[in-house]
Ligand binder design. Structure first.
Ligand code: SAM
Length: 245
C-alpha cells in the first residue's frame, strides 16, 4: 500500500529490527535516511538494497516537497533515522505533519527507542514519565531547563552527549537535589552499562565525567514534589467532601 512508513531501526544491536521493518524496507520505492551510509550498512546486513535518499536536518527542507509529491503519486516511502525511532530527537516531524495534512497514509513500524529501552530497565517509576530530549549545551540555559521540569511529578528522561555528561549531572544535582538517577550507556551494545545512584553521587563519580558512547539519563520524581502533590490530592478530596455530591 502506498504511504509514508515511519520505520524504527536498532539502537545498537543489529538484530533489534522487526520482521515487518525488513519487509517494509525491502518493498519501499524510496528510503529516506538521515545518513545513507548508516542505513546502507543496515540494509546490506540483511541482504537488502533500496533507493536511498538523504533526509537529515539540512536536506529536509529541499527534499520535502518532492517526497510529498511522491506520496501523492502513490509511492511507498520509508523514513528511517540512524538509530531508533524517527522523530524522537531525530528528523521527520515536518514531513509527517505535512503528509498527514495532504491526506497520505502514514504508518508506524515500531521498534527500538533508547528512551523506552532505558526506562524498561532503570528501575524508576514508569507510570508517569516525561521525555525531555537533549538539555541545552550551556550551563545557565541547562539549569533553567531543569528548573522548569523540577516540579513535574514524573520520572524524567534525557538524552545527553558523552562529553557533556559530567557537567550536566552537576547541574541536575544542583537543581533536582539528591534524587535517584540512572545513567544508561551503550544500550544493546557490547559495553552496555547502567549506573545508578543519587544525582550528587553520580555527578561526583569520575567514571561519569566523559564516558565513551551513547547515554540516556533518567531522574526519579522528587520526594518533596510527591509530598506536595499528595497534599494537593488530600486538599482536593477534602474540598470535594465538603461540597458533597
Ligand atoms: N531516535 C533515537 C531513539 O529513538 O532513541 C534517538 C536519536 S538521538 C539523535 C541520539 C541519542 O539517543 C544519543 O545521543 C543518546 O542519548 C541516545 N541513544 C541512542 N542510542 C543509544 C544507546 N544504544 N544507548 C544509550 N543511548 C542511546
Amino acid at each position: 500500500t502506498p504511504g509514508l512508513y515511519v520505520v524504527a531501526t536498532p539502537i545498537g544491536n543489529l538484530r533489534d529490527i522487526t520482521l515487518r521493518a525488513l519487509d517494509v524496507l525491502a518493498a519501499a520505492d524510496l528510503v529516506l535516511a538521515e545518513d545513507t551510509r548508516v542505513t546502507g550498512k543496515l540494509l546490506a546486513a540483511y541482504g537488502l538494497s533500496a533507493r536511498l535518499q538523504r533526509y537529515d536536518e539540512h536536506a529536509a527542507a529541499q527534499a520535502r516537497p518532492k517526497v510529498l509529491a511522491a506520496l501523492a503519486e502513490g509511492k511507498r516511502v520509508a523514513l528511517v533515522s540512524d538509530a531508533g525511532t524517527p522523530l524522537i530527537s531525530d528528523p521527520g516531524f515536518r514531513l509527517v505533519r505535512e503528509a498527514v495534512a495532504q491526506g497520505a497514509n502514514v504508518v508506524p513500524i515500531p521498534g527500538a527507542s533508547a528512551a523506552i529501552t532505558a526506562l524498561s530497565v532503570a528501575g524508576l517509576p514508569t507510570d508517569r514519565f516525561l521525555f525531555a530530549g537533549f538539555p541545552p549545551p550551556k550551563s545557565a540555559a541547562r539549569k533553567a531547563f531543569f528548573a522548569e521540569l523540577a516540579p513535574i511529578r514524573a520520572s524524567l528522561v534525557f538524552y545527553e552527549g558523552a562529553s557533556r555528561l559530567g557537567a550536566s549531572l552537576a547541574d541536575m544535582a544542583a537543581v533536582f537535589g539528591p534524587r535517584e538517577a540512572v545513567v544508561a550507556r551503550e544500550l544493546t551494545k557490547l559495553y552496555e552499562t547502567l549506573t545508578r545512584g543519587p544525582l550528587d553521587q553520580l555527578a561526583a563519580n569520575p567514571a561519569m565525567q566523559a564516558p565513551k558512547g551513547e547515554l540516556v539519563v533518567l531522574v526519579a520524581p522528587g520526594a518533596e514534589v510527591a509530598a506536595t502533590a499528595a497534599d494537593a490530592d488530600a486538599a482536593l478530596t477534602e474540598a470535594l467532601t465538603r461540597v458533597g455530591p
